[in-house]
Design a protein around this ligand. Structure first.
Ligand code: C2E
Ligand code: MG
Ligand code: MG
Ligand code: MG
Length: 285
């Protein structure tokens, strides 16, 4: 900003902007070493069947224990990793780690029903030629059936996607991997467009379901969710809702026909051991 101000060479840069820029730059350059040093870790947030409250699986959410800045959330570093391309090896690491974890859950809780694992996929990974081969390789090496994996792709990544971009997703879907449209409701996708996407799950964004937290709920908000759910079901998509924070919200979303939910009301993202406890509770009633 100081530079673009022109003439006045003595103007100081806004220290806050400066600090942010330095951090951004610092974080970006620290990323590759962070991967090599094992500074990333994954938290798992349970997904719950709305009908009976049982755990259906979990979403893998990556975090970075930065040596100076402490634990950083993905919003702080995923965009940087996408910019530099590090998201490809980082994403592969997340996939392998999460798939291993899901396999371990399945081994330990065979009776709790098949616990599934959701992994976020960056648009950059979607463009990478090895996506399908890498995914197949990890599933086979670990021994997890493809049907236990769900890859989440944001709505915005698929807006206007041409066939070349959809091809790897189609291949994965044909193998039995579920593809979820993440953050649905934040983009501008044409609902009719859903038909040509190889997705089997619609994840309603938190912003979309936030209206359910108000009381009384705005009847128009209800109508919108109801409409989206019925459209999704008519296209054979299952509906997951994100950001469920209250019991009232959960009840309402269940009544509206949503299938699965995720949110602080059930559990915050946490260490993988917590899933053992939650799945146990279900299995024993
Ligand atoms: P997302 O995939 O939409 O994940 C859901 C986000 O909502 C997570 O934030 C989760 O902690 C948060 N959340 C869950 N329940 C609630 C709730 O009840 N209330 C509120 N206020 N928030 C809730 P998080 O962990 O910060 O992740 C942010 C985003 O970062 C994710 O959004 C996803 O797009 C991205 N991300 C996370 N892990 C990965 C990864 O391994 N690879 C890629 N490419 N992106 C990732
Ligand atoms: Mg997600
Ligand atoms: Mg989401
Ligand atoms: Mg989201």
């Amino acid at each position: 900003r100081a530079k673009s101000a022109g003439g006045n060479r003595f103007e100081l840069a806004d220290p806050e902007v400066d600090a942010r820029t330095i951090t951004r730059h610092g974080l970006t350059t620290a990323l590759p070493a962070a991967l090599a040093r094992g500074e990333f870790f994954i938290e798992y947030q349970p997904l719950v069947h709305l009908a009976d409250g049982s755990v259906s699986g979990a979403e893998a959410l990556v975090r970075w224990t930065h040596p100076q800045h402490g634990v950083l959330g993905p919003d702080r570093f995923i965009p940087l990793a996408e910019h530099t391309g590090l998201i490809v090896p980082l994403g592969r690491w997340v996939l392998e780690e999460a798939v291993r974890q899901a396999h371990e859950w399945q081994q330990r809780h065979a009776d709790a029903g098949p616990l599934r694992i959701n992994v976020n996929l960056s648009p950059v990974q979607l463009h990478h030629p090895h996506l399908v081969a890498d995914t197949v390789e990890v599933l086979e090496r670990v021994g997890l059936e493809p049907g236990a994996l769900c890859l989440e792709v944001t709505e915005s990544a698929l807006i206007g996607a041409d066939d070349d971009l959809l091809k790897p997703l189609r291949r994965l879907a044909e193998m039995g991997v579920d593809i979820a449209l993440d953050d649905f409701g934040t983009g501008y996708s044409n609902l009719a467009n859903l038909r040509r996407l190889p997705v089997s799950v619609l994840k309603l964004d938190r912003s979309f379901t936030q209206g359910m937290q108000r009381y009384p709920v705005d009847p128009v908000d209800l109508k919108i969710v109801e409409g989206v759910v019925s459209l999704a079901h008519s296209l054979d998509l299952s509906v997951t809702v994100e950001g469920v924070e209250t019991g009232a919200q959960a009840e309402q979303l269940r009544d509206l026909g949503c299938d699965t939910a995720q949110g602080w009301y059930y559990a915050r993202p946490g260490p993988p051991e917590r899933l053992h406890t939650l799945a146990m509770v279900d299995a024993t009633g």
